[in-house]
Design a protein around this ligand. Structure first.
Ligand SMILES: [Zn+2]
Length: 368
């Protein structure tokens, strides 16, 4: 570490401290707090160095270990990604974002659908291995935090972030504070039942919102259209050369953007369902903004236009209340990583503050 600036003193542990030149009050400050965010996805684990302004300085990736492998293999992967970053940058803390249930103390992963973690004390294990403070966060919470701090939700502390991927992830901020719930599992909007007796969900229930407003729903409906031998499906069939098993969400978006009517309608249907679910959430939480992220949100207005219309039609108290804005997320795939890193920074700051206090007491023993 080579902190820039004038007078550098060295603390008892050999850490150089920079004297803040602006104040002249002798207040000692730490150099910029760089933190690492780790995002554990279904296929890739990504780790990146993030500045206090939310800028991603460097990012490295590896394949996500298979579900059948021991928890330790995932922890090895994280360590192998993060340690080289820590050698190249001065890192104060690490935030790990994972899909799954994270306890409200943000220390253990209770359950992760893509990994072998069950009640895994991840914070303790990883802080011992990496020797810096570690926080663990649900990936959708981390994304919501990032969009509020640096993305589409800046300035609106009452925010709901909905991530549309293969399923639906959700994160809630009330007055700028993440709402994790009593047990850490708040914001699982994907499993709100919007169609009783509807499509079966992998959670075991029927009619969950993510069966209607996700990437999986988009693909299922596209294939169904083709199976019905509808001439409407001609454009989609041509794009996948007659093999509908090759149909993906991004392909539907691509064909819709080129003006194919069936693909436009498929996205509009998903948008309709999206608006219905958002109206339900608004009835409960009354946010000022909905930030819509995840792969399906790449469809932009083809999705959000219909979502706003159905939201308006279903909103409780419509006509007598201000409406929440529905906007597209800005940080894309990096949201979870940037959010995890920024949440870790809060811990690093506390850590830094206590180090700073210890340092000041050493220099001036009368100060308490
Ligand atoms: Zn479900």
């Amino acid at each position: 570490m080579n902190p820039v600036g004038a007078s550098v003193s060295t603390g008892g542990n050999g850490t150089p401290w920079r004297r803040e030149p602006r104040t002249g009050s002798g207040v000692l400050t730490l150099p910029p707090l760089l933190t690492v965010g780790v995002d554990i996805g279904g296929t890739k684990v990504a780790a990146g160095v993030v500045t206090p302004q939310g800028q991603l300085l460097e990012c490295v990736k590896a394949d996500t270990p298979h579900l059948s492998q021991s928890p330790q293999v995932v922890e090895d992967t994280i360590t192998e990604l993060v340690q080289p970053l820590m050698r190249r940058h001065e890192i104060y803390a690490v935030g790990i974002g994972a899909a799954g249930f994270v306890d409200s103390a943000r220390s253990s992963v209770l359950f992760a659908p893509h990994l072998s973690w069950r009640n895994e004390p991840l914070r303790e294990v990883m802080s011992q291995r990496l020797r810096v403070p570690v926080v663990v966060e649900n990936d959708a919470n981390a994304a919501a935090w990032a969009e509020w701090r640096f993305g589409a939700g800046r300035g609106e502390g009452h925010l709901v972030c909905v991530t549309l991927g293969t399923g639906i992830g959700g994160g809630v901020l009330v007055d700028g504070a993440l709402q994790r719930g009593r047990y850490g599992v708040a914001g699982e909007f994907g499993h709100m039942q919007v169609a009783p007796g509807g499509h079966r969900c992998e959670c075991g229930n029927r009619g969950c919102w993510e069966q209607y407003a996700s990437g999986n729903a988009l693909v299922r409906e596209g294939r169904e259209l083709a199976l019905a031998k509808s001439p409407m499906a001609h454009g989609l069939l041509r794009r996948v050369e007659g093999d509908m098993s090759r149909l993906t969400g991004p392909l539907v978006t691509e064909v819709a953007a080129a003006g194919d009517q069936a693909a436009v309608e498929l996205l509009a249907d998903v948008g309709d369902w999206l608006g219905i679910g958002l109206a339900n959430i608004a009835a409960a939480l009354d946010p000022g903004i909905f930030v819509i992220g995840g792969g399906v949100s790449d469809a932009g207005e083809l999705l959000l236009g219909p979502a706003r219309e159905s939201f308006r039609r279903k909103l409780t108290g419509r006509g007598f209340r201000p409406e929440a804005r529905i906007v597209r997320a800005e940080l894309g795939n990096d949201a979870g990583l940037i959010g995890s890193a920024d949440l870790a920074r809060q811990v690093a700051r506390r850590f830094g503050r206590s180090r700073r206090q210890r340092q000041r007491r050493r220099t001036n023993p009368r100060e308490r």
